[in-house]
Design a protein around this ligand. Structure first.
Ligand SMILES: Cc1cc2nc3c(=O)[nH]c(=O)nc-3n(C[C@H](O)[C@H](O)[C@H](O)COP(=O)(O)OP(=O)(O)OC[C@H]3O[C@@H](n4cnc5c(N)ncnc54)[C@H](O)[C@@H]3O)c2cc1C
Length: 391
C-alpha cells in the first residue's frame, strides 16, 4: 500500500493547507470582532464556512453548477484531512445528509429552492428518521402520510431529532403505504418546521446538553411537490449518502490528537513529581496502537472508494472501531484523572489536564449509537461481510 501523496495530490494538499493557514489559522489570531469567546468563535466559523462555500468546498463532490467543486474522491479526502488537522469546521448542519439526496433525487425546482440557501447557511435542517419503536429497524417506522389532493397529511412522532429546536426544515421518512412490504411503503418528504401541527420537545442528554428532541406531527400538511423521489420509494432515497466523510478520517485524526494530549498529561504529571503507574503507561500505549489501526481502516475505505468501489463491511469496521476507540481514549483519560476528572472548573488542587475528563467521556457515549449502533455494525460485518448466517 502506498501512503505518500502523488505529486498532484501533494500540490493539492499544499493549496488546501495555504488556504487553511490564510483563512482559518491566521483569522483565529486576528479576529477581534467581538469581546466574548462565544460570538467571536461563531463569527469566525461563519466567515470561514462562507469562504469554504465560495470555493465549492462545502459540497466538494457536487457539480460546480450546484455550488460544488467536482472533486475526485482522493481530493475530497485530502481536503477533509487538512480541515480536520486544523480543527476547522467542515460543514453546515445536516448539509452532508440532505444536500446530496436532493441533488441526486430532487427535481430542478427542488434543487433551485433548497440547495443554494443550504450552502449559504441561511436555513438549518434536521433529520426525521428515528421513531420510539424504530431505530435500528428503521424501515418499521410508523409516521403516516396520507395523500389529500396535492398535499400529504402527516401524523406521528420522531425522536432523537438533533437540532430540531433550531431547524427550519426537516427531511422526514413517512409511511405512505401501510400494506406494502415495509421497505416499499415509505416516502421521503421535506417538511417545513413552522407548519401548523409540528411540536418540538427537548430531550436533555446524560451530559446535560440539549442536542436532540422529540418531534410530534398532528395533521401537518406537506405539499406533494415537497416529496423527494417517487411515492413509496423513499427508503431508497433515504439511504443515499454521499458524505465526503465516509472514510471517517476525522475520527482517526481526533483520536491521534487525544492520544497526544494523554501523553502530554502523563508527562506533565511525571514532571510534577507524581508517578505515572505502569498500568497507565500500558493503557496509553494500547490507545496509540489502536489509533494507528483506526487510521489504517480509514485508508482502506478511501482506497476502495478511489477505485470506484463501495465499501460495505469496511465502512462498518471503520465506524465501529473509531467510535469505540473514542470511548476507550476518554476512558483512559478518566483513569488517569481519577476523582479530579469530575471537576468542571480549575481549582488550585487539580491538574489542568484532568478537568472535564468525566464530561468528555459522557460526550463519547453516543458515538456507538448514532448512525447505526456497534451491534448493527457487527451484524453487517458478520453477515454481509463474512457471509455468516443471520441469527
Ligand atoms: C447523538 C445522537 C444523535 C442522533 N440524531 C438523530 C437525528 O438527528 N435524527 C434521527 O432520526 N435519529 C437520530 N439519532 C437516533 C439514532 O439513529 C438511533 O438511536 C439509532 O439508530 C439506534 O436506534 P434506537 O435508539 O431506537 O435503539 P434500538 O434500535 O432500540 O436498539 C437498542 C439496543 O438494541 C440493539 N439492537 C437493536 N437491533 C439489534 C439487532 N438486530 N441485533 C443486535 N442488537 C440489536 C442496539 O444495538 C442497541 O444496543 C441520534 C442518536 C444519537 C445517539
Amino acid at each position: 500500500m502506498r501512503f505518500q501523496d502523488t505529486p498532484e495530490l501533494a500540490e493539492w494538499r499544499g493549496t488546501v493547507r495555504k488556504f487553511v493557514d490564510d483563512n482559518w489559522r491566521l483569522a483565529g489570531v486576528r479576529d477581534e470582532d467581538e469581546g466574548m469567546e462565544g460570538p467571536r468563535d461563531e463569527n469566525r466559523a461563519k466567515k470561514w464556512l462562507d469562504k469554504l462555500g465560495a470555493n465549492g468546498w462545502l459540497a466538494p463532490a457536487w457539480p460546480r453548477k450546484y455550488g460544488g467543486a467536482d472533486m475526485s474522491v482522493l481530493e475530497q479526502f485530502v481536503l477533509s484531512q487538512e480541515l480536520h488537522e486544523a480543527g476547522a469546521p467542515t460543514s453546515r448542519q445536516m448539509l452532508n445528509l440532505v444536500g446530496p439526496t436532493i441533488m441526486l433525487h430532487g427535481t430542478e425546482e427542488q434543487k433551485a429552492e433548497h440547495l443554494p440557501p443550504m450552502l449559504r447557511g441561511e436555513v438549518a435542517w434536521c433529520q426525521g428518521f428515528s421513531e420510539p419503536g424504530s431505530g435500528s429497524d428503521l424501515a418499521s417506522l410508523q409516521t403516516r402520510a396520507v395523500r389529500d389532493g396535492d398535499e400529504y397529511v402527516v401524523n406521528g412522532q420522531k425522536i432523537w431529532t438533533s437540532g430540531a429546536h433550531r431547524a427550519n426544515w426537516m427531511f422526514v421518512l413517512t409511511r405512505t403505504d401501510p400494506n406494502a412490504p415495509k421497505h416499499r411503503g415509505i416516502s421521503y418528504l421535506l417538511l417545513d418546521m413552522k407548519a401548523p401541527g409540528v411540536t418540538v420537545r427537548p430531550l436533555i442528554n446524560m451530559a446535560n446538553g440539549h442536542v436532540f428532541n422529540e418531534v410530534f406531527f398532528e395533521d401537518v400538511r406537506v405539499p406533494v411537490r415537497n416529496r423527494i423521489g417517487e411515492e413509496n420509494r423513499g427508503w431508497y432515497v433515504g439511504t443515499t449518502t454521499l458524505d465526503f466523510e465516509r472514510s471517517n478520517i476525522a475520527r482517526a485524526i481526533t483520536a491521534r490528537k487525544n492520544v497526544e494530549r494523554l501523553v502530554s498529561y502523563a508527562q506533565a504529571r511525571t514532571a510534577a513529581g507524581s508517578a505515572v503507574r505502569q498500568t497507565f503507561r500500558n493503557e496509553i500505549a494500547d490507545r496509540a496502537i489502536e489509533t494507528s489501526i483506526c487510521q489504517l481502516l480509514s485508508f482502506v475505505v478511501i482506497s476502495i472508494q478511489a477505485k470506484g468501489g463501495v465499501p460495505n463491511m469496511e465502512a462498518s469496521m471503520c465506524k465501529m472501531y473509531g467510535s469505540e476507540l473514542s470511548q476507550r481514549i476518554a476512558g483512559t483519560k478518566m483513569h488517569l484523572a481519577g476523582m479530579y476528572g469530575q471537576e468542571r472548573k480549575a481549582s488550585g488542587l487539580q491538574d489542568a489536564h484532568s478537568i472535564n475528563a468525566a464530561q468528555e467521556y459522557m460526550q463519547t457515549v453516543p458515538a456507538t449509537i448514532a448512525a447505526g449502533t456497534s451491534e448493527i455494525q457487527r451484524n453487517i460485518i458478520a453477515t454481509r461481510g463474512l457471509g455468516l448466517p443471520r441469527g
